[in-house]
Every structure is written in structure tokens, then in C-alpha cells.
Design a protein. Sequence first.
Length: 183
Amino acid sequence: MSEKMTGTGDRRVRKTRTAIVRAFSKLALSRPYKSIKVADIVEAADVGRSTFYEHFSGRDAVHLAALKRHIGILAMTVDAEPDVETLTHMIGHYWEYRALARNTFSGPQRTQVVALLAERIDARLPADTGTRDLVARQLAEGQAGLIRAWVSGEVTGRAEEIARHFCAVARATCNAVRLQRAS
């Protein structure tokens, strides 16, 4: 089906989805994730409950949609020249909202978040990286684990150190895989 036929290209559909994601994001930054109900999102987005369910299966699906931009920023660690400043800002955001970040990277959605991150990393990996899905999953699991440990206070460091570490590990992993394939 074309984008137009599924409705995803429709400006009204995008506007509604955006309103729902923004409403969820505001709620998630102001109170505990577990306390957010679909009814709260519907009210904040000023949409009907049936409209909400036309776009999302529930709160967790909206949470994943809200994370897509953030996940894209984390995935850029494999770029030849990653934007460390933007990555540092994103990681600092996780620290600022660490209760939500702990839930995101260790709660029930962790598996989905890591899968989304691995997918985004895989799409950015150089073609000569070898078994891309394995490399992407390894990097995604490592990033998610370190963010969880950091926002839980198990490890310390500044956001910039974490960002630079992510980039160094991604570069080293890709280089190691290339060397392994060449031998």
C-alpha cells in the first residue's frame, strides 16, 4: 500500500500523531511514567479516545514513538564523524530526566527500545561492517546498559564522557569487525 493509502502521508494524520506524542512527552517529563494513563494523554492532546487508538495501541507505543528522535541521535555514534555535541546534549537530557530514563532503559520496554536502537544503528553502519545485525545489537545493548547504569548511579561520569565513550566503542567495534573479516 502506498503511504497515501495507509493515511501516514496525510497531513491531518501526522498532526494528530504529533499532538499525541507531544502530549505524552510533556506528561512523561512532569510525572512518573507509571502514573500516565491513556485518558491523560487523550485529554492533553485534545483528541478522542478512539482517535488515539487509531494511531497507537497504548501508552507504550506512544513512548516508543516519542523516543525515535532520541534513538536516532544515539545511533549516530557509528557515523564517520558523529555530532558529539548533540549526543552529549541528548545524554544530558537522560540525566536530567533520569527517573524516566531508568524506566526506558531498564523497564518493560527495554527490549523494544534496544531493538529500535539496534535497527537505527544497523541502518547507519558502513557496508563493510560484516554481520551488521550482530554489531548493531551489541552496540545498542552496550549503550542501553551504560545509560541505565549511569542514570541509576552505578557508574559516574559527565554526559560528554559518556558520549565520547559511545563513539570510541562504536568506532573500535566497527574497526575490529573489519580486521576480523580481512583476515
